[in-house]
Unconditional design. Sequence first.
Lengths: 241, 600, 181
Amino acid sequence: MRDTPQTFLLDGVPVPFHEGQTILEAARAAGRYIPHLCWHPDFPPHGSCKLCIVKVGGRHVSSCAMPARAGAEVESDTPEMNGERRALLQMLFVEGNHFCPSCEKSGHCQLQALAYDLEMMTPRFNHFYPDRPVDASHPDVLLDFNRCIYCELCVRASRDKDGKSIFALTNRGIHKHLVVNAESGRLGDTDFSGDDLAANICPVGVILRKRVGFAVPIGSRTYDATPIRVVAMQSEDGEGA
Amino acid sequence: MPDPQTASLVDEILARGERRPERLLQMLVQLQEALGYLPADVLTVLAKGLGLPRARVEGVAGFYSFLHLAPVGRYRVLFPDNIIDRMLGTPGLMDRMCRNLWLEPGHVSEDGVASVDTTSCIGMGDQGPSMLVNGHTLTGIDDARIDAICDRIRAGEPVGAWPAEWFRVEDNIRRADLLLDARLAPGEALAAAIALGREGWLEQMHRSNLRGRGGAGFTTAVKWLACRDAAGADKVVVCNADEGEPGTFKDRVLLTRLADAVFEGMTLAAWAVGAQQGFLYLRGEYRYLVEALESTLEARRSAGLLGHCIHGCQGFDFDIEIRLGAGAYVCGEETALLESLEGKRGTPRIRPPFPVTHGYLGRPTVVNNVETLAKTCLIARDGGEWFASHGTAQSTGTKLLSVSGDVARPGVYEYPFGVPVERVLRDAGAEDTLAVQVGGAAGIMLAGYEFGRHIAFEDVPTAGAFMVFDARRDPFEVARNFVHFFAHESCGFCTPCRVGTGLLKGYMDKLADGNGAYRDLADIEWLDRLLKNASHCGLGSSAPNPVIDVLQKFRPAIERRLRSADFQPAFDLDKALERARQMTGRDDAEAHLSNSPEHS
Amino acid sequence: MSDAPKLKVATVSLAGCFGCHMSFLDMDERILGLLERIEFDRSPLTDIKTVGRCDIGLIEGGVCNAENVHVLREFRRQCHTLVALGACAVNGGLPAQRNHLDVGQCLQAVYLSRQGLEGGRVPDDPELPLPLDKVHPVHEVVRVDYFLPGCPPSGDVIFKFLSDLITGRTPRISHPALHYD
């Protein structure tokens, strides 16, 4: 019953799409990777990280949210777009405290893997070095807010899939941060469980299972041998561990 | 658990709001007014009463700058910090008040009585120095008034008992044209539109070619038509009275002087699109207008101009509710405003879909600016063609300008579109003008060679701000002030705006401290580009405008801030040793660092 | 074999652990080949204490005190090309994890508050460099030409990087050689 697929051009190559598909979805279905951090195949587009920006007819748009249009000329894997994406990554790196050598998520982290893919050699900008205390109150899960990139995947997963609404964002601007659903502000005082989808969806090293850190040796981790542009297209849910 | 008295207050507020989650922000505003801040246990009880996760309630409470999760004193004093306010002398007044009350800006006094802080523009740029105390607007502040206010604060006198003349806000209408001279009688425009029928009325709107006065300039009739034709019977009309653009205050005057016309414009929109529900989203800074606006609404209901069978017309039912914002500039963006109306954090939505099809609670919604709606009354009464005969072909009718800064006569000026900037300057009594910021912080900074340009969508568009700076002023400081504003008001949703406005602020401060280098200018230009290209909404993409303008038009104002042609450290090296000097008691040469590498 | 004069290379560790220097030695016998093209000036490997005019300066570690600032500036003045080598030089690294603490309280805890320190004092000898309130990456203090992240960057990566630089190719390290840990 579907219409015959129409196409748009992604970096000069035709990509078929169906009505209602976004640029990123159609590209992905055609085996073409567009970088992203806050987008997840099981959730509606969020559009906050802006890593998936592409240029359509000279205008910048978020490819995760922009419906594909027939005949559109989309620029994505170009030095210009990748340069801007690298700068967005640099912003995320200086905003938080991202010390990869001491992070359990290193090697499995999408932020880090994308920075490798875009050959980010330096955070370039001046560091904010914010003070963000960790929350170790939960028996099975540690929250290290130093690495949060505000993709809200935990917020969305807990609210829409787990039915718990454990997480929310408060404050605004550069002071925006995660809070948990307890008057004490402690994760241990919520009904959060290590089996929740929200406990297993963080693309960076904020939500960490206790007692399993550094279990996978360097060399065997998700992105050690295979770049994110390949892993993201292979894995069932589109994302690494 | 809150004490019984507080618990019953929460109950009462929940009941008043019918326990509807979309009224969450209104309930938080009411609790804040009653309690002075929002204690953690109150949020817990409120969340339970609304059936919302507590984290979400905390998330909303933390978003708005007029809501506080910790005590801010029995007197919360806020000085507006727009560049115009600074030029009027608010920093000195704030300093005087802090010394009088023995407190540090941003901190509650030790006795818990008061706190003093800054806030974004409160829409009083034509009133002399102004301030907010517990949400009440005070104008015409000088040193003597500061001392008198401090006396009353120390005496514990409630703000409501202070002399009424301290709160007087003048309209300062300096030039009236089509709208301000219209002498509209309540119901007059509505009667005309009803006589035209819904189709005939929309036809007049088309002919008028009226475009949105909030800045974007979208054709109003097209918006109305799209909403009328959208699926869903329960349509909504929203008046955007979140006049947050620094330097703008013409909506304040319209809501004071022509409130009837604003509400009538909303009713005209409802007639065109078939809406039954309307909201006036009023910025928290204009809280003082609520009582008068409510009584205007009540009078209109009594006169049959709101409610059931409006003007005796079967099936024309429409009413208006006032909802208050709580200190968030981004809520002027229409989709952020809708989120806020729904009681959420004011984060702009992904578009498409647009509000005309998916607006308030997913319903087809028209969002129009205060001035746009007021102007529809003229079109209903005098006809679309008559309206279109004023102004220019692409910008029909008149525009209200809020003129402030270095002028003899600050206030509201109404001109037909197409008026040259220099005409406004002359009328307002501006002398030796260096620059004009048109359209607010997000607008454009005009240099002298551009004063022949025209106020119109096709030349210099504006939501209404017109800030004038004479040769004594420093365009760099103007831009830096706006950059601070954007960093403070960024909602934080998208990476480029959340981080980029903060970084930009850091660079501008570095230059202001005399530690800038050419390399910093390259970084600033790169940040400008990222903000422009990658931001989620207009706040981020217009945040670099003032910096770009100064770099282009007033470059020496930036260059004279540069200390070295090459590179300067990101931070003040000598200051970074201050704490260690304190701890060691050292002050020898080795205990200091120069910021300039030649003297290291 | 080129007759071109050898390139002068200086290296230093600021607020670092010398791990990057150890990794440098992991180039093993390739260092001998490299020495046909370069010679060392100031470096922990030569024990030369002052830096002269150099072509390449490799900086390990972030900037945590006044002495680091002086040394870094001296390297910037003397070296044509300056390279931030390793995680700490690139973003402050492990030492920067003290940045959420007040340096005054740190000094107090170390020299005054703990048991057995009664009557003690914070050392005030002008010979001792004062700590900065925060640890910064080197690019926040001087202009930096190249960055080579990693904790440490491997010998292979350092070799590739230097070979590129010496030969005149823009150094380029990509996945999987590029890593931050």
